[in-house]
Design a protein. Structure first.
Ligand SMILES: [Zn+2]
Length: 100
């Protein structure tokens, strides 16, 4: 029997402040999905809710990707950078999303 192991405990969330970091993270998540360790899951909660002062409308920002670890249940939020706007990766250890 083969036990799959995940690397979640070794990883933490991070800011994405360069293309190099972005590419490395993108490759990492893709690899984990290919190995069926992480599952690409729909993003159903915004990481930011704000209000537009101009139109008095609610603004919701959603991350680009969510990945769920099939081994430890960890949830990863991956927001692609749009430079100069930085991206980020956030980790939710028990798989429960905490809205900010
Ligand atoms: Zn894991």
């Amino acid at each position: 029997m083969i036990f799959k192991k995940c690397d979640c405990s070794l990883l933490t969330g991070t800011e994405i402040n360069s293309y190099k970091v972005f590419e490395e993270l993108g490759a990492f998540f893709e690899q984990q999905v290919n190995k069926r360790i992480y599952k690409d899951v729909p993003v159903n909660k915004p990481f930011y809710i704000g209000h537009s002062t101009l139109k008095k409308r609610e603004i919701k920002w959603y991350a680009t990707k969510w990945y769920k670890c099939s081994i430890c249940g960890c949830l990863w939020e991956f927001n692609y950078p749009d430079f100069p706007q930085k991206g980020f990766v956030r980790k939710f250890e028990d798989g429960k999303y905490i809205e900010t």
